[in-house]
Design a protein around this ligand. Sequence first.
Ligand SMILES: O=C(CO)[C@@H](O)[C@H](O)[C@H](O)[C@H](O)COP(=O)(O)O
Ligand SMILES: O=C[C@H](O)COP(=O)(O)O
Length: 955
Amino acid sequence: MDVEQKPNVGKVANVLRDLGKHGQSPWLDFIQRSFTADGSLKKLVDEDGLKGVTSNPAIFEKAMGYGTDYDAQIKELLSKETLSAGELYEKLAITDIQETAKIMHPVFVETKGLDGYVSLEVSPYLAFDTEGTAEEARRLWKAVDRENLMIKIPGTKEGVPAFQQVTSEGISVNVTLLFSLDAYKDVLEAYISGLEARHAKGEDISKIASVASFFVSRIDGKIDGAIDKRIAAGDKDAEALKALRGKVAIANAKVAYQHYLEVKKSARWQKLAAAGANPQRLLWASTGTKDKAYSDVLYVDELIGPETVNTIPPATFDAFRDHGKLRDSLEEDVDGARKVMAETKRLGLDLDGVTTALVKDGCASFSDAFDQLLGAVAKKQQAILGNKLIEQETHLPGELQGAVEAALEDWRKAGKLRKLWERDPSVWTGGDEAKWLKWLDIVEERLAHVDELEAFAKEVKAKGFSDVLLLGMGGSSLGPEVIAETFGKIAGFPTLHVLDSTDPQQVSTYEKAVDLKNTLFIVSSKSGGTLEPNILKAYFFAAAEKALGKAPGEHFVAVTDPGSHMEDVARKDGFWKIFYGEKAIGGRFSVLSNFGLVPAAASGLDVRAFLNSALFSVKESAASVPPKENTALQLGAILGTAATKFGRDKVTIVASPAIYDLGAWLEQLIAESTGKRGTGLVPIDDETLGAPGVYGKDRVFAYVRLKAEPCPNQEKAIAALKAAGEPVVTIDLFDKIQVAQAFFHWEFATAVAGSILGIDPFDQPDVEFSKVETKKLTTAFNETGSLPAETPFAKDGVFAFYADEANAKALGSGDVASILKAHFNRVKAGDYVGVLAYVERDAQTRDWIQKVRLGLRDALKVATAAEFGPRFLHSTGQAYKGGPASGVFLQITADDAADVAVPGEKFTFGVVKAAQARGDFDVLSERGRRALRVHISGPLEAGLKSLAAAIEKAV
Ligand SMILES: O=C(CO)[C@@H](O)[C@H](O)[C@H](O)[C@H](O)COP(=O)(O)O
Ligand SMILES: O=C[C@H](O)COP(=O)(O)O
């Protein structure tokens, strides 16, 4: 590539152009869409002999972060694709680079590949990641696909091997952020080694170009600063120090250039040169003058020499054109330069320290600039997408707001968001979290297979089923229930019902609610081993067989993880279809996998639209959306910070009536993910809002609003809470389909909150514990024909009271009034009360529990949870047992009016429910919780009525 520079024939004298006569190529350290588009860049090529262009994250930040240059392309891209801020940035940058490459290409041709390059830098987040850098270099090289492209790689310890590797693969690289002679030596060595490796493979090395970007002015900035400090402190060497001001950076560059010349002479290089290799030219970067005391063209004037490049910022470019002086300065007084270096050392100016710090600062400042750039892109994107995205507004008291901002800054600085997406378990406890993160990309994965779900929906429709009855628990039922409750019956499709109870009455109610001959049963269990879906399947399989008068397998579909017991059952029983879940997704994170999608498709929901909506949330939560703009991360930071720093651990969920059931799904997600190791968030769902006075200081209100159908009472109450200074996060959905977005948004937020709480949000140790206890009891029943005997510590009319020894002692053995009074007297500020009823969940009992819990809340001024067993065992049960010890529980059991047999088992549904209640209670007691069980004998309605009255009296 030793190309002669063309003489300045017939042109007006121009020092920039004449740099070529001295062997130096002027490049421009600047890119901007409008500058390229309006011909300004081309003008510099034509008139000033511009020979190349460089970009960096800070340059793109200035280009894209302000003004409207990029808006049209952003709109166009977003109208076609759902993108993250990072993906969007990259598309914009690639367009810029390609357009610039087009303008520079004639120079490339004319100089036979010496010049005419445009540089694009790999993500600064990868500065300390060899493999990541190499991968990104390959990816960008391919994506830009221009022969006059240079990929910029930082010359860090990790960047250099990546540079060597991709050089050997034939990629042209600009190695940036070089400050020290040693670092430069390593880079040149890596270049030679990379070329040698390629040459050894017999591949062409003549098309590879490279520059080493040696930074100049920043060195003076630091060294001059140190000099000034010492002079100000009265240093004895003041005069000698002063003499070095503004000299070190240039001397450093001159010495580096001498190394280049030496290496070029080496036999090793000559061999490569003979094979067509192009030398890696030194490129002077950071050549804008920062200290106004110096000439504004200092770092151009003083560094002119053959086979070099100076990438000049626009103002310096103009200044040099105006009054730059041409001379062969680079090789002038090299001895003087060496003396400056020696003086620097003698005077104890820590150049090594400075250059090391500059690399670190340089990486950090590019990283910061990239954060800002991506933040600006994300903001533009959010504005353009408008109501396609759910919207989050936060209203936090000052202190909490400050702490949340600090947490977000911590996430930004530590790059935790990227770590999360990289599935780095250190974001949580460093355990096996990485094994549970497939939910992060399940939306895209399912979208790629959405045809299968659509085909299934068509088949269901064609078969003309009247009902779909989903049998499952927790993660397998709560998502489908949101779909059923939110979207209701969809014309032409069966009605979706979700049964997640072992209560015999409830089982019978559902049996009656569907037409057994015309129902599609979805048996849903990730593990396939959960007791409830297995016995519910056994029951309805037999019932359907009876109704149909034949084997009902073709009316059954299973959703389960591959290889599960449920899969075996489904095969054996000739199920119509088996859909698989993902082993790497826990139940409560599974709604956007087949566990939510199969029932959604069967009930006629447009699963493509649903997933496409969810995709917005995935992209809005992406690693490239910085914490400040990443609303899901913010939500997690708010919840985590409020709990850990302000004792506000009761996440009070307020959902618009049309999407009310999201609350039940959220309860599981939040409680089961975070409530463990004695810490966590306690979700409080469906607790009708009261006046600010009924709340303690332990709440965060999460108001999930369907913007088009807000509830006036909720609106009023939320406004009052805000006015009272309570923390409120409002999440607006503009269309019901956006529950899909809400699902991902909250999953992500929960994972973040889990990180702040310092727990593993993907395990559920105490749910498993309850399952084990229940199993022990049902096994005992199968062996002995009854559950182990138990004795109440007190009785009063239809009520019998049970508790462990410690609780019983605290409650005394008086009448119902005194026991309840003693129990609720134990409640103190910051506690919560859980009313856990193992009865049929229907309109009346829901109304009953609601009244009771609101009475408790208003009297005791604490949060209340109103739950039905055994459903909550697969949900909030985890937090009640494993979370903060602030729960005070009243468990309610009752005689069953009628029991229902479980085919093939000795135990009945009633026995299972009783065993579950007892298993649950035993674990609560064993964990030292304040727990009281009241058993109601006789008619349930009357019993509940008098219990409510007794509770009211007790508080
Ligand atoms: O590295 C290259 C070109 O290869 C440049 O784009 C380089 O990043 C810039 O010259 C510097 O970042 C500008 O430095 P400064 O003027 O901010 O000190
Ligand atoms: O949330 C999960 C429930 O415990 C049910 O588990 P499963 O889907 O494995 O049956």
